[in-house]
Design a binder for this molecule. Structure first.
Ligand SMILES: Cc1cc2nc3c(=O)[nH]c(=O)nc-3n(C[C@H](O)[C@H](O)[C@H](O)COP(=O)(O)OP(=O)(O)OC[C@H]3O[C@@H](n4cnc5c(N)ncnc54)[C@H](O)[C@@H]3O)c2cc1C
Length: 444
């Protein structure tokens, strides 16, 4: 009897479990594949990690559904009634109507100082993301901000980096400069110690820059590519949290899989595969590569053969695994892939939970997400998603004995929704669909 193709998914985060869910639910009736999900950690969820702190449900990782209009994560959360809960949770929906801004020394800043700079910053970011209309169609004096942003963008094009690309950080600072040029006669402020208006405005602007660093995971906005920012897409409408916890979405995706499909504590150390020019070699490295072309080695010394592997590990793991002296792939990945991995940026997003009591406790969650660094581009994210061996033809598997050995999913492989849970979700669907189409599973 012919063997069923074995698909191994590396990583039980959003991307891996979405791919597993799609493959299983699309083919379980005809039992087409052998499916395994291997996870190096001792839990599912990856960068989604709902936990508890001082009796409240908290999110150590992903917190928001970024825009509920069209988000697949929102759709699942709604369907499984995860948006309603009687238990207290880390509710971060919406913003305070009356935020307070306090300067060093305890001075509360008046809204008349904060609001114009906040509006300027938001308009500059809207421009960078291609959302600011030249004709002021959005109202609220957009034409004024559009002109400032356009001036900043044209100045920045003189190149501020070794790569000749403009950064978001440089553009923002050019924008602040252009704003100051446009309102030279601003009255000086009093009542804020020795601080001048310009110093306070600069500090408010820096506060927004710091928030942006968190949104984008870019430690330094001067390293965030300006052109790529325009490609980034957000879903419309509110950004909300999931009252029953983000993990409820993950658990729902995993719930369709039969016991034993997800194997925890199985960290992959090496992936042996067969590039196209190795196709004549049937026996390689001591195993019969003609049967299943990929061989996975795990940290406990065990091995597993596979026909297809969907890798969903983070960009950071890929960077570490493809750097000098690291041998996660044998043979090493082709240079087009390693160059994209090395060019893309990867930054820290850190959450700190504090309890306000004398004997208080605190907790810290820290992980990283992908961003498009100066010197890289959206095309690198597409390159990240390209399966191997590379065929270079429109007909996917022409001329390759074992096509689609290594497929890449995970947030860092999505060109327009990277660094989000829904980007990870879409990437998992994409790679599952690629395999389903390869095996002519219709209607997927
Ligand atoms: C603090 C923080 C806050 C965030 N907030 C939000 C938010 O509010 N909204 C939002 O949309 N996104 C947010 N994100 C981003 C979001 O969490 C991620 O983009 C998404 O969860 C990534 O999913 P993934 O499946 O691509 O990767 P991961 O979740 O990283 O999954 C990869 C899995 O692979 C496993 N793995 C790694 N190496 C190996 C190996 N060698 N062998 C086997 N398994 C391995 C890992 O253990 C992990 O479980 C946040 C991220 C962080 C860190």
């Amino acid at each position: 009897m012919a063997k069923k193709p074995r698909i191994v998914i590396i990583g039980a985060g959003m991307a891996g479990l979405t791919a597993a869910n799609k493959l299983y639910t699309s083919t379980s009736s005809n039992d087409l594949f052998e499916l395994v999900v291997v996870e190096g950690g001792d839990r599912i969820g990856g960068r989604i990690n709902t936990s508890e702190f001082c009796g409240d449900r908290i999110e150590m990782g992903a917190t928001w559904i970024h825009g509920i209009g069209g988000s697949p994560v929102h759709q699942i959360a709604r369907e499984i009634h995860a948006l309603e809960s009687d238990q207290p949770w880390e509710c971060m929906d919406g913003f305070s109507d009356e935020p307070m801004t306090i300067a060093e020394g305890g001075f509360e800043l008046n809204a008349s100082i904060v609001d114009p700079i906040s509006t300027l910053f938001n308009n500059l970011m809207d421009f960078a993301q291609g959302k600011l209309a030249q004709d002021g169609a959005g109202g609220g004096g957009n034409a004024f901000y559009y002109n400032i942003a356009a001036k900043a963008a044209s100045k920045g094009c003189a190149s501020d980096s070794v790569f000749g690309n403009q950064s978001v950080g440089a553009f923002l600072r050019q924008g602040l400069g252009a704003y100051w040029d446009s309102c030279k006669d601003h009255e000086e402020l009093s009542g804020y110690g020795k601080r001048s208006r310009k110093l306070l405005e600069e500090a408010i602007f820096a506060m927004h820059e710091n928030t942006q660093r968190t949104y984008t995971s870019a430690g330094d906005l001067f390293n965030l590519d300006f052109e790529a920012e325009r490609e980034y897409r957000m879903f419309p409408r509110e950004e909300i949290t999931i009252s029953k916890g983000y993990l409820s979405v993950i658990e729902h995706l995993a719930s369709v899989l039969p016991p034993g499909v997800i194997q925890l504590g199985l960290k992959v150390t090496t992936i042996e595969w067969q590039p196209e020019n190795h196709k004549s070699k049937e026996i390689q490295n001591g195993y019969d590569s003609s049967s299943r072309p990929v061989k996975l080695h795990f940290c406990d010394g065990s091995v597993m053969l596979a026909d297809h592997v969907i890798i969903t590990v983070s960009l950071g793991v890929l960077k570490a695994g493809t750097g000098q002296d690291s041998g996660m792939f044998n043979p090493p990945l082709p240079s087009f892939k390693t160059e994209a991995i090395s060019r893309l940026g990867y930054g820290v997003v850190n959450k700190l939970f504090l309890q306000w009591s004398p004997n208080g406790n605190n907790r810290n969650a820290n992980d990283k997400d992908n961003y498009v660094a100066v010197g890289s581009s959206g095309a690198d994210l597409d390159t990240m998603a390209e399966p191997l061996p590379k065929t270079g033809s429109s007909e996917l598997d022409r001329g390759v004995d074992h096509p689609l050995q290594i497929l890449f999913a995970g947030e860092a492989t999505h060109r327009t929704h990277y660094s989000t849970t829904h980007g990870a979700y879409f990437s998992g669907l994409r790679e599952a669909s690629r395999l389903l189409q390869h095996y002519h599973c219709h209607g997927v």
